[in-house]
Write a protein that binds this ligand. Structure first.
Ligand SMILES: Nc1ncnc2c1ncn2[C@@H]1O[C@H](COP(=O)(O)OP(=O)(O)OP(=O)(O)O)[C@@H](O)[C@H]1O
Ligand SMILES: C[C@@](O)(CCOP(=O)(O)O)CC(=O)O
Length: 451
C-alpha cells in the first residue's frame, strides 16, 4: 500500500457469562468500549536485503516499545526477533498473518519492510507515572515503564492489540481492506482468535477478541480444540491448516449484535488493586470438578439468570424507544431510585436476575476460595446500587478486586455523586462508555502524527 492507513479496535467489559463462557454450552454478553487500540500502517518501505521481510511495530507510549521481526517463506514464516526484544502477541500476529497470506519475496522485492505504529487510549492502563502529550490531533499518555510493567485496568489491551494489528498487517496484502473492513471482519476475527489464543497459552474464551472485532455482542465460544489442534507454527502443514481453519471450518460460534438499552450507559470503576484471572479460573475449575452435581446446578442457575438479565435489558431498550407515558415514568423512577422502582416489572426482573448472578458468584467465592465477589466488593456494589439513577451493578468478567460495572441512566453523574464519599474512595471512574462498533478504519491517519 502506498498510503498511510489507520484502524482501531475497542476494549471490552464482560457483563454476563464470566467463567461459564469458557464452555461452548453457555452464552455471554460483552460490551465494546470507547477505549480503543489503534494501529497505523505506513506505506511500503524497503530493506537493503531482499531475502526476507521485516515487520517493525512501534508502541512509543511505553519504554522500549519497539519490536523488530524478520520473517521469510524459506523458514515457513517463523518470526525471528531482530532486536532481541519480544512481544508474544505481536509475534503470533506476524506468524499467522504471514502464514495465511504466504507472500512471496519476488512479489514484494523492494517493498519488504512493513512499519506499524500502535497507539492505545488512556483507559487501558493506570495513568500513574505517565505524561500526557499532544501527538498530532490526539492526546496520548506516555509511560516511563515497559508495557509489561504498567498496571492494566482489564479492558482487554492484548485482544485489542492483536485484532487491530492483524487488520493493519493484513492491509499490506489486501489492497481493498482499508475500505472494506466489514468484508474481511470474519477473517480478521478468526486469525486474531488464533494468534491471541497461542500468545496467551490457550486460556481464554475469546470473548475479548470477539468484542474487539465486532463490538457489543452476545457471544458463545468456539470449541477450544479448533485452535489447539493446529500444528506448530513453522511446520510444513501449518499455513494450509490455518487457511482451512480460517476459511472453511464451521466454528459453531455465536456472535450477535447486542447492546445496552438506549438511555442507559455503562460506568466502569477501577479499584486499583488487580486480580489474576488465570488463578481465579484455575480455582473455579477445581471447585466445579470437585462439587458436581451441585456445581452444575449453580452454573445452570447462573446461565438462566444471565439470560433473564439480557432479556431484561432488551425489554428496557424497547421501552425506551417507545417514549410513552409508562416508559417515561419508569425511567424517572430509576432516576429517583426509590421504592417506586418496585412497580415496574422490567426493572425488578433485571435487578432480580443480577441479584441471582451475584448470589451464585458469592456462593462460588465461598466454596472455591476464588475471590470473584469478595465481601469488600459486595459492600461496594450494594452502596452503588443505592445511588441515584443506577439500574444495576455487578462485577464484570472474572470479578475479583479489579473493577465494578454499573449500568445507570445516561444523564446521571456518578463521579459527582460519589466524590468525597469515603465508601467510594478506592473507586476511580474510568473515562469509558459503551461503543458498539468493532474494528474499523479511522478516517484521518495523519492526525496521529505531529506535522
Ligand atoms: N499498547 C500496547 N503495545 C504493545 N503491546 C501491548 C499493548 N497493550 C497490550 N500489549 C501486550 O499485551 C500484554 C497484556 O495483555 P493481557 O492479556 O495480560 O492484558 P489485558 O488484555 O489488558 O487484560 P485483561 O485480559 O485482564 O482484560 C502486554 O504485556 C503486551 O505484551
Ligand atoms: C473468567 C473469564 O470467563 C472472563 C475473564 O474476563 P476479564 O478478563 O476479567 O474481563 C475468562 C474468559 O472468558 O476468557
Amino acid at each position: 500500500m502506498s498510503e498511510l492507513r489507520a484502524f482501531s479496535a475497542p476494549g471490552k467489559a464482560l457483563l454476563a457469562g464470566g467463567y461459564l463462557v469458557l464452555d461452548p454450552k453457555y452464552e455471554a454478553f460483552v460490551v465494546g468500549l470507547s477505549a480503543r487500540m489503534h494501529a497505523v500502517a505506513h506505506p511500503y518501505d524497503s530493506l537493503q536485503e531482499s531475502d526476507k521481510f521485516v515487520v517493525r511495530v512501534k508502541s512509543k507510549q511505553f519504554k522500549d516499545g519497539e519490536w523488530l521481526y524478520s520473517i521469510s517463506p524459506k523458514t515457513n514464516f517463523i518470526p525471528v526477533s531482530v532486536s532481541g526484544s519480544k512481544n508474544p502477541f505481536i509475534e503470533k500476529v506476524i506468524a499467522n498473518v504471514f502464514s495465511y497470506f504466504k507472500p512471496s519475496l519476488d512479489d514484494y522485492s523492494s517493498r519488504n519492510l512493513f512499519v506499524i505504529d500502535i497507539f492505545s487510549d488512556d483507559a487501558y492502563h493506570s495513568q500513574e507515572d505517565s505524561v500526557t502529550k499532544h501527538h498530532g490531533n490526539r492526546r496520548l499518555s506516555f509511560h516511563s515503564h515497559r508495557i509489561e510493567e504498567v498496571p492494566k485496568t482489564g479492558l482487554g489491551s492484548s485482544a485489542g492489540l492483536v485484532t487491530v494489528l492483524t487488520t493493519a498487517l493484513a492491509s499490506f496484502f489486501v489492497p481493498d481492506l482499508a475500505d472494506n473492513v466489514d468484508k474481511y471482519r470474519k477473517m480478521i476475527h478468526n486469525l486474531s482468535q488464533v494468534s491471541h489464543c497461542q500468545a496467551q497459552g490457550k486460556i481464554g474464551s475469546g470473548f475479548d477478541v470477539a468484542a474487539a472485532a465486532y463490538g457489543s455482542i452476545k457471544y458463545r465460544r468456539f470449541p477450544p480444540a479448533l485452535i489447539s489442534n493446529l500444528p506448530e507454527i513453522g511446520t510444513v502443514t501449518y499455513a494450509d491448516k490455518l487457511v482451512h481453519l480460517v476459511e472453511e471450518v464451521a466454528w459453531n460460534i455465536t456472535i450477535e449484535n447486542n447492546h445496552l438499552p438506549s438511555g442507559l450507559v455503562l460506568w466502569m470503576g477501577d479499584i486499583k488493586s488487580g486480580s489474576e484471572t488465570v488463578k481465579l479460573v484455575q480455582k473455579v475449575k477445581k471447585w466445579y470438578d470437585t462439587h458436581t452435581p451441585d456445581s452444575l446446578e449453580v452454573y445452570t442457575e447462573l446461565d438462566h439468570a444471565n439470560s433473564r438479565f439480557m432479556d431484561g435489558l432488551s425489554e428496557l431498550d424497547r421501552l425506551y424507544e417507545s417514549h410513552d407515558h409508562y416508559s417515561t415514568q419508569l425511567f424517572e423512577s430509576i432516576k429517583r431510585n426509590d421504592s417506586s422502582c418496585q412497580n415496574y416489572s422490567e426493572i425488578t426482573h433485571t435487578r432480580d436476575a443480577v441479584a441471582t448472578i451475584r448470589h451464585c458468584f458469592r456462593k462460588i467465592t465461598k466454596e472455591s476460595g476464588a475471590d470473584i465477589e469478595p465481601p469488600i466488593q459486595t459492600k461496594l456494589l450494594n452502596d452503588c446500587q443505592a445511588l441515584e439513577g443506577v439500574l444495576t451493578c455487578l462485577i464484570p468478567g472474572a470479578g475479583g478486586y479489579d473493577a465494578i460495572a454499573v449500568i445507570a441512566l445516561q444523564d446521571v453523574d456518578l463521579k459527582a455523586q460519589t466524590a468525597g464519599d469515603e465508601r467510594f474512595s478506592k473507586v476511580q471512574w474510568l473515562d469509558v462508555s459503551q461503543a458498539d462498533w468493532g474494528v474499523r478504519k479511522e478516517e484521518d491517519p495523519e492526525e496521529y502524527f505531529d506535522k
